[in-house]
Ligand binder design. Structure first.
Ligand code: 5GP
Ligand code: ZN
Length: 136
């Protein structure tokens, strides 16, 4: 995609701090990181998000996320590692080229928790959701 920043990074037209690359996937440091080692893992080919990513590619990305997380943990010894992927603008996706965030969390890392904003549903509603969502 011509006007996609991440496609430009993949092509080498924009500088990135690359830490991993294979034929399908690239990983580089986030330009505006939450913490030291905040990494983005993305497919070299342009896909928007989880909904149009081929399953095999998503599985491969997950393997690389695991590998990099292990490496970050060994090197920097964070207190935790937050992994997230935003899908759609309303879910916080700013760059519309699919990517997974790996965010090491240290003692001084500020993270906003969604936990206080969570809802609770009645048993009837939960049963209804299960009926609607059960996959065979
Ligand atoms: P999103 O909100 O789409 O899930 O996350 C996009 C991420 O891409 C943000 O964390 C932002 O800091 C990062 N980002 C935006 N532009 C660039 C760039 O040109 N280079 C790098 N390395 N990261 C970028
Ligand atoms: Zn792209």
């Amino acid at each position: 995609m011509d006007d996609c920043i991440f496609c430009k990074i993949v092509k080498g037209d924009i500088l990135s701090y690359k830490i991993y690359e294979d034929d399908k996937v690239i990983a580089f440091l986030d330009i505006n990181p939450l913490s030291k080692g905040h990494t983005l893992v993305l497919p070299k080919q342009h896909y928007v998000n989880i909904l149009d990513l081929p399953e095999e590619l998503y599985l491969h990305m997950s393997k690389i996320v695991k590998k990099i997380s292990q490496h970050l943990n060994d090197k920097y010894k964070p207190e935790g590692i937050l992994i997230n992927q935003n899908n759609g603008k309303r879910a916080g996706q700013e760059i519309l080229h699919a990517h997974i965030h790996i965010k090491p969390i240290y003692s001084d890392t500020q993270i906003l928790s969604e936990i206080d904003l969570r809802k609770s549903f009645s048993k009837e509603e939960m049963d209804k959701f299960v009926k609607e969502l059960s996959l065979s």
